[in-house]
Ligand binder design. Structure first.
Ligand code: MG
Length: 394
């Protein structure tokens, strides 16, 4: 169409032309509120729904890339940032210039306001959409484009062990997961009285036996003294890792805690930059990093963290803010001595056209070209939040 051609020509003078002349012609945002099977709680939040902000980026040659995030509330903030501040850096730009686009969004419209939180999560949505386009255009699933192996990847289950369960519900829930074939499971800790955690952890270990790998997650609840006090009991229960014991930005606290224990300290779901991950790793503050593609600036920045973790011999298990739809493509695509591992939470599987596939604790790689982020039309009809999102095109 002539209008698009004229605008595209103007944009090309700003952004530079892509190899094949294709351009981004529209940016649409919306959000889904997906109901959970049952209400859940950890030490920080109680949830009945998981909210999925979405961006769809269309190109002049007919591809639609989908980027997603995951939040408890305020999806309108992410959609507004994409529409008001990032869309001008996208419309008319080549879709294949992923790092260039990342830098334009990072350095210009919102950099002065911050490089974390909502502005960075909105940037991640766009970056994921551009990688989705790249994989679709290559005609292959993203993991294959990134050089990953087709072999199944081990998964661990986080959809259990919640803090709002009674002791008997907790034990029954964990036994149910083990019966389903899960070999690695995680429970929540961070009760008002840490001695309740000790009781629950002991009950779970006694019930599931020694063969199942058990992890726990305090969701940032403890101060240093409480965390240090409970560590011997977690060692006694043979925890594989202790996740987010302290405030997520307390590098010194995590490093001191790690030096006190044979358990691995894990964290990273509330860390927004590869520079901050680098600080944690170089200070021996984590032995397991949990980069989240929706909190870092998307796939582009996630790969930096995974590469550094591999180089330093640090285990890596991405946090499932994306509910595993993107991470199932990313794990195992960089060199590491540690075996790939992915976190499984099934809350939003029904929202996606190509949902993740897990059997007996093993994840099978997707086969559909792209990043497995495309949303089902019926999910949008049933769960779209009114008055959130917008659309702009050339
Ligand atoms: Mg966690």
């Amino acid at each position: 169409m002539p209008a698009i051609d004229a605008a595209t020509e103007r944009a090309a003078s700003v952004f530079g032309a892509s190899e094949d002349g294709t351009k981004i012609i529209s940016v649409e945002t919306y959000a889904l509120s997906v109901p959970l099977e049952k209400p859940i709680a950890d030490s920080n939040a109680a949830l009945t729904h998981w909210i999925v902000p979405v961006v769809e980026v269309k190109t002049s040659d007919g591809f639609v890339g989908t980027g997603i995030s995951g939040v408890h509330n305020a999806p309108e903030l992410l959609c507004d940032i994409v529409q008001k501040y990032y869309a001008p850096a996208l419309l008319g730009a080549p879709a294949d210039d992923i790092v260039g686009t990342w830098n334009r969004m990072y350095w210009q419209p919102t950099h002065w306001m911050g490089r974390a939180g909502t502005v960075h999560m909105a940037l991640a949505m766009v970056d994921i959409a551009l990688w989705d386009i790249a994989a679709q255009r290559a005609g292959m699933p993203l993991w294959k484009l990134l050089g990953g192996s087709a072999a199944p990847v081990e998964a661990y289950n986080t959809n259990g062990g919640w803090l709002n369960f009674s002791d008997s519900e907790l034990v029954a829930d964990l036994l149910d997961l083990v019966d389903q074939g899960w070999k690695r499971v995680k429970i929540k800790v961070g009760s008002a009285d840490w001695r309740e955690d000790v009781r629950r952890v002991r009950a779970v270990r006694a019930a599931i036996g020694d063969e199942v790998t058990l992890m726990c997650d305090a969701n940032q609840k403890w101060d240093f003294s409480t965390a240090a006090r409970i560590l011997p009991y977690l060692e006694e229960a043979r925890m594989d890792w202790v996740e987010e014991p302290l405030h997520p930005e307390d590098v010194d606290g995590h490093a001191r805690l790690q030096s006190l224990t044979t358990l691995d300290i894990a964290g990273g779901e509330a860390i927004y930059s590869y520079q901050q991950f680098s600080t944690f790793m170089s200070r021996n503050a984590y032995r397991v990093v949990q980069p989240d593609v929706t909190r870092l600036g998307g796939i582009t920045e996630w790969r930096n963290v995974a590469t550094q973790a591999g180089a330093m011999g640090i285990r890596m298990a991405p946090h499932a803010g994306d509910m595993m739809q993107v991470h199932q493509h990313l794990v195992g695509t960089v060199l590491s001595e540690a075996k790939p591992l992915v976190e499984f939470i099934p809350w939003t599987r029904e929202a996606f056209l190509d949902r993740s596939r897990i059997e007996a604790g093993m994840m099978t790689r997707p086969q559909v070209p792209g990043a497995s982020t495309a949303i089902k039309p019926e999910a949008r009809r049933n769960w779209q939040i009114r008055a959130v999102g917008a659309s702009q095109s050339l």
